[in-house]
Design a protein around this ligand. Structure first.
Ligand SMILES: Nc1ncnc2c1ncn2[C@@H]1O[C@H](COP(=O)(O)OP(=O)(O)O)[C@@H](O)[C@H]1O
Ligand SMILES: [Mg+2]
Length: 428
């Protein structure tokens, strides 16, 4: 409560109300939470989107329509608008991408305006380009799988056999949400996997990345960078093993059950990765594989995104008090100090409901029963009846979420597993 008051009062003390530009493609799940957070902070919002009016439009104060496929044009449009607000009206401004698609535009604008929040463009680019990420991490000696950036026109079978071996994970350079990420254990599986990737990237230059498969458990780490300092706000255990051939995310449970030393070991490696990319400010969401036994593991950064956790999962990032992840991030982007970001210790978690097959959603059952499961705090279905859904490796959206809070992490996991089993999607 106190933290919120402080943030609110600091925001209030900046006359007139600051403006945060929120770069949000129409497809985002993150619009309402960010807009709500800005309202809480009494900050004005400039919604930068690829549609005329985003739903929840009444929460936003100003709109700017841009074409995200033309990043140069989008950047200059936003730059002009935001500079005018700052320079002609004397208003404090900030700019944030609410998810992956807007990060480069938001960062380019922040850099051109000389905002403290800006990050080096190469580092930001690396969060959207898996080959560049590996390149920058390798340069700084971070723990890495064997990897190779492959042009599909090359004789990739020989390259992968020689440089990487099986099992191998192949992935498109610039997709998210495990789209096209496939583990192959033989030549035959590899050829099939590359065909899938080619079909996903269709008209673009067919390149992909191949990495040795890292066998181990996986955690996700959520942090807020402030002037280069890594403030960890949550480490999530992923109780369902991700073994491939596809890597569908299901359960996230926090706080992690790993001991303090193990957590410190992970955070150290994440810091090395952040430094390798030169990132200084904003949210990061990092996936780390722990290779070896739980006592003696080596942490490997698999993926590092310059955004908050995706989908509707951010509601399980909690602080003591009323501060939310989005409130903290907006404050950082506006240069308002956020003090006392104390992560909550209450066991909680989310299930990203699995999509068993591709097709048209014709019915959903079991939601009410799932909501009645002890420790389940809510269920959200994010696809409408009649809408098409795709299973991995083609999947590109979430079908729904279940949330839980309990006395222990194990009880959270049990409740979430029961919810996943109870909710049935009828897909034709
Ligand atoms: N080299 C690897 N070894 C083991 N698992 C991997 C490897 N690369 C990716 N994965 C698995 O695939 C998931 C998605 O891969 P990632 O690189 O994070 O792609 P995306 O950007 O689509 O999330 C990871 O969270 C991890 O479970
Ligand atoms: Mg990932």
């Amino acid at each position: 409560m106190e933290i919120k008051k402080r943030v609110v009062s600091e925001a209030k003390n900046l006359p007139p109300l600051p403006v945060i530009a929120l770069v949000m493609p129409a497809s985002t799940y993150r619009a309402s939470t960010f807009l709500q957070a800005a309202k809480e902070l009494q900050v004005q919002t400039l919604v930068v989107s690829d549609v005329d009016l985003v739903p929840l439009g009444d929460l936003a104060d100003k709109f700017l329509k841009v074409d995200f496929s033309d990043s140069k044009e989008a950047t200059s449009k936003l730059l002009e608008k935001l500079s005018r607000i700052r320079d002609e009206l004397g208003i404090t401004v900030g700019v944030l991408a609410v998810d992956d698609r807007g990060v480069e535009i938001a960062n380019n604008v922040a850099m051109s305006m000389g905002l403290k929040f800006a990050n080096p463009s190469l580092g930001i680019k690396a969060t959207r380009d898996k080959a560049l990420l590996r390149e920058l991490l390798s340069k700084k000696g971070c723990n890495q799988p064997k990897w190779s950036h492959i042009s599909a026109s090359e004789s990739y079978l020989e390259i992968i056999q020689k440089d990487i071996g099986y099992p191998v994970v192949v992935k498109p350079i610039d997709m998210q949400g495990s789209r096209g990420v496939i583990k192959a254990e033989s030549n035959e599986q590899l050829i099939q996997a590359v065909e899938v990737i080619e079909s996903l990237i269709c008209d673009k230059t067919p390149t992909f990345i191949a990495e040795s498969y890292l066998d181990g458990s996986e955690i996700a780490l959520e942090a807020l960078l402030i002037n280069g300092e890594v403030n960890v706000v949550a480490i999530f255990d992923k109780p369902e093993p991700l073994l491939g051939p596809y890597f569908e995310e299901t359960l996230y449970v926090t706080p992690t059950l790993l001991d303090q030393d193990s957590q410190a070991h992970i955070v150290k490696e994440v810091k090395r990765a952040v430094e390798a990319l030169g990132l200084k400010n904003g949210a990061i969401h990092v996936e780390v594989r722990l290779v070896g036994s739980k006592d003696g593991f080596t942490p490997y950064v698999i993926d590092l995104a310059a955004r908050t956790i995706g989908g509707h999962c951010s509601s399980i990032v909690e602080f003591d008090g009323d501060l939310t992840l989005e409130m903290a991030l907006i404050s950082i982007a506006l240069g308002i100090e956020v003090q006392g970001m104390v992560p909550s210790n209450d066991p909680r978690g989310v299930a990203m409901l699995p999509i068993s097959k591709s097709g048209v959603l014709i019915g959903v059952s079991g939601v009410k029963n799932a909501e009645r499961i002890p420790d389940i705090t809510g269920v959200t279905i994010t696809v409408s009846i009649g809408e098409e859904v795709k299973a991995l490796p083609y999947g590109d959206k979430y079908i729904g979420f279940a949330f839980a809070k309990a006395q222990s992490q194990d009880l959270v996991t049990t409740a979430l597993r029961a919810a996943v089993d109870t909710i049935v999607f009828d897909i034709d």
